[in-house]
Design a protein around this ligand. Structure first.
Ligand code: CO8
Length: 261
C-alpha cells in the first residue's frame, strides 16, 4: 500500500506493522524518514480496518539508532529548531494517535529512537534491546520530546540518570524500571509483538480511543478539568454500539464482536 522509501506498512487482520526500513544505517532518522513516518500514520488513521499499530525497525540490530548524526552535524541554531520541531510534530501525532501504538524494540533504541519508542503508547522489547539517550555525549540534548516523556514514564530520578550518564540499559532493566511492558524472546519477536498488540485490539475500539484521549488529555490539564473530561468521554461511550455489545456479550456469556461504532 505504500510508495515510501524508508517506511513499510504490512497488515495482518486488524494490526498494521509499520517498519522503519533503513537497515544499513540502523534505521537512523533523517527528515525524509520522519516525513514518511508521519504520512504512514496519517494513512492508517483513516483505515477503518486497522485497529492497532506495531511500530518497529528493519533488521535485528536496531529499532532506531537515533537521529541521523550526519544531518545533525550540519545544524545551525536556526535549522536545529526546525529539525527538532519536525520530529516533535510527528512523534506527537503518534502519541495522540486514536488507535493503540506498540513499539516493538529489537536491538538499539538510542537517542531519537528511544524518544520514538517513548512517544508510542506501549513498548515491548526483544532480549537484545538496548535503550539509551546518548545525546549529551554528542553535545546536544534529546530534542524529540525525550526530556518530557522519559520522566513521566520511569520517574524523574531514573530519567535524570539515563539522560545525564547517556548510558544504555538492557531489556531486563528496561522492564524492571517500567520502560517496557514485556521482554519477548528474540526468536519469533515480531510475532510476539503482534500477539501483544492483539491483547489490546481485542477490546472495544472506541473505548480504546477514548481511554487514550482521557489519559493524554489529563497530562495537559489540572485534576478538576481532567475529571470532567473523563466523565464526558465516559458518558459518550454509553451511546456506542460497542458498549451494548460488550455488556451484552458478558450477560450472554459469549465473546464480544466489536464494530468500532
Ligand atoms: N546516525 C547516522 N548513522 C548512524 C547512526 C546515527 N544515529 N547510528 C548508526 N549509524 C550508521 C553508522 O554510521 C554505520 O554506517 P556506515 O556503515 O556507513 O559507517 C551503520 O549505521 C552501522 O553502524 P555501526 O557500524 O556504528 O554499528 P555498530 O554495531 O558498530 O554500533 C551503535 C552500533 C552502537 C548503535 C553505533 O552505531 C552508534 O553509536 N550509533 C549512534 C548512536 C547515537 O549516538 N544515537 C543518538 C543520535 S543523536 C539523536 O538521536 C538526537 C535526537 C534528538 C534530535 C533532535 C533534533 C534537533
Amino acid at each position: 500500500m505504500s510508495d515510501w522509501t524508508y517506511v513499510r506498512v504490512d497488515k495482518e487482520d486488524e494490526i498494521a506493522t509499520v517498519t522503519i526500513d533503513r537497515e544499513k544505517k540502523l534505521n537512523a532518522l533523517n527528515p525524509d524518514v520522519i516525513g514518511e513516518l508521519g504520512e504512514a500514520f496519517e494513512t492508517l488513521r483513516e483505515d477503518e480496518a486497522v485497529r492497532g499499530i506495531v511500530l518497529t525497525g528493519a533488521g535485528e540490530k536496531a529499532f532506531v539508532a537515533g537521529a541521523d548524526i550526519g544531518v545533525l552535524a550540519q545544524m545551525t541554531p536556526t535549522s536545529g529548531v526546525g529539525v527538532s520541531r519536525q520530529g516533535q510534530e510527528v512523534f506527537r501525532k503518534i502519541e495522540r494517535f486514536p488507535k493503540p501504538v506498540v513499539a516493538a524494540v529489537g536491538g538499539y533504541a538510542l537517542g531519537g529512537g528511544c524518544e520514538l519508542a517513548l512517544a508510542c503508547h506501549l513498548r515491548v522489547a526483544s532480549e537484545n534491546a538496548q535503550f539509551g539517550l546518548p545525546e549529551v555525549g554528542l553535545g546536544i540534548i534529546p530534542g524529540y520530546g525525550g526530556t518530557i516523556r522519559l520522566a513521566r514514564l520511569v520517574g524523574l530520578g531514573r530519567a535524570l540518570e539515563l539522560t545525564l550518564t547517556g548510558e544504555m540499559v538492557d531489556a531486563e532493566r528496561a522492564e524492571s524500571i517500567g520502560l517496557v511492558s514485556r521482554v519477548i524472546p528474540r526468536d519469533g519477536f515480531q510475532e510476539g509483538a503482534v500477539d501483544f498488540a492483539r491483547k489490546v485490539t481485542k477490546n472495544a475500539p472506541v473505548a480504546l480511543e477514548k481511554a487514550l484521549e482521557a489519559i493524554y488529555h489529563s497530562l495537559d490539564s489540572n485534576t478538576v478539568e481532567a475529571l470532567n473530561y473523563e466523565s464526558s468521554l465516559f458518558g459518550l461511550l454509553a451511546s456506542t454500539e460497542d458498549m451494548k455489545e460488550g455488556m451484552g456479550a458478558f450477560q450472554e456469556k459469549r465473546k464480544p464482536s466489536f464494530k468500532g461504532r
